[in-house]
Design a protein around this ligand. Structure first.
Ligand SMILES: *[C@@H]1O[C@H](CO)[C@@H](O)[C@H](O)[C@H]1NC(C)=O
Length: 332
């Protein structure tokens, strides 16, 4: 057991998961989790987003295929890009949706690993504090949801960013929805502090690979398209700090978009349940892959190589992309 300064408690799992207090030394304030891969130098994981619908809209099928892929790859953990529970997040820590959309759905042995999750806009329409509450880990020990945090895997660092509060529209024109802004308002102060902490953490990172995970798109060619606030506020930091990948959900599809101005690549894995929006609106960046249906993504990462695969609802690998880094500097 370890506790962050903010009081979030992370229960010890069978794997090595520990929140350390390194940020005290570095001045960095984002909570940090350490999770080194079981298989020495190779990290394997799955990424899924926009999923919690009690198995409907092919969520069950995607979950079953994730189990098979997870088994084959021997994954270390799962990353959720948010919109964990539809339509309006959880009503509280005792909301049966938590088990009906998570525990009873992702039952494969290979998926009994930590699920590192961010919140999506639909999660913000419910009781946000419930999803962040350690009481959920008593129900299901896999659940690791925080607003913004760092996951240090040795070979790569993942920087999870709480993107919903960036979007002005949700604050100023919520329509029929109610957003749970407890702990987040006022927007400008929250977003400003978060960006500063992220920038510092990225600058201080010595990781070979830097991945940033958020719910909302930066660049997308589907229904929601680009998120202007993130293009304006987050993108320049990711480019300046040589981030390798921005990984998101929000658009219910699978896509890979290459950036024209930096090494940064945009990967959307938002196909956890309802999909098929029928929208394709190319932007000025390079669309390398777009699939409008359900599915998920796997990643395998070594100090020198990164491979990403998208799978459809049948578990078929429909796209593979890889990149390498030369080992000029010895990896510690
Ligand atoms: C579920 O997947 C099948 C196979 O791709 C597809 O034909 C069907 O439309 C999907 N159902 C929904 C609700 O998206």
């Amino acid at each position: 057991m370890a506790a962050t300064e903010g009081g979030a408690v992370v229960s010890s799992l069978s794997v090595v998961v520990a929140v350390t207090l390194l940020f005290l030394a570095s001045g960095e304030e984002l909570p940090r989790i350490t999770h080194h891969p079981e298989n020495g130098g190779m990290l394997s994981l799955l990424v899924v987003g926009d999923w919690g619908r009690r198995g409907l809209y092919n969520q069950s099928n995607v979950a079953a295929q994730m189990g098979k892929a997870g088994e084959r790859l021997g994954i270390d953990f799962v990353v959720s890009t948010g919109d964990n529970f539809y339509e309006d997040g959880l009503t509280g820590v005792d909301d049966p949706a938590f088990m009906e959309s998570f525990t009873y759905l992702y039952t494969a042995a290979s998926l009994q690993k930590p699920w590192y999750s961010v919140l999506g806009n639909h999660d913000y329409r419910g009781d946000v504090m419930a999803q962040l509450d350690s009481a959920l880990r008593i129900i299901d020990t896999r659940w690791q949801c925080m607003r913004s945090f760092i996951l240090d895997t040795g070979v790569a660092e993942f920087f999870f960013v709480d993107t919903t509060p960036f979007v002005v529209h949700y604050w100023e024109n919520p329509e029929d929805h109610q957003y749970d802004w407890r702990g987040v308002a006022p927007r400008e102060a929250y977003v400003g502090k978060l960006l500063k902490e992220l920038d510092m953490a990225l600058a201080a990172s010595a990781a070979r690979w830097k991945f940033v995970v958020g719910h909302h798109t930066i660049r997308s060619v589907s229904d929601h398209g680009d998120t202007e606030e993130l293009v304006e506020l987050l993108l320049p930091i990711l480019q300046r700090r040589n981030v390798d990948l921005y990984i998101n959900g929000h658009d219910h599809c699978l896509e890979h978009i290459g950036s024209r101005h930096s090494q940064l690549q945009f990967l959307t894995s938002g196909g956890g349940s309802k999909a098929w929006r029928g929208v394709f609106a190319p932007n000025t960046d390079e669309v390398r892959f777009f699939y409008d249906g359900q599915g998920f993504m796997s990643m395998q990462v070594t100090p020198s190589h990164l491979e990403v695969v998208f799978y459809d609802v049948h578990g078929r690998a429909i796209y593979t992309w890889g990149t390498s880094k030369d080992l000029l500097h010895p990896f510690v």
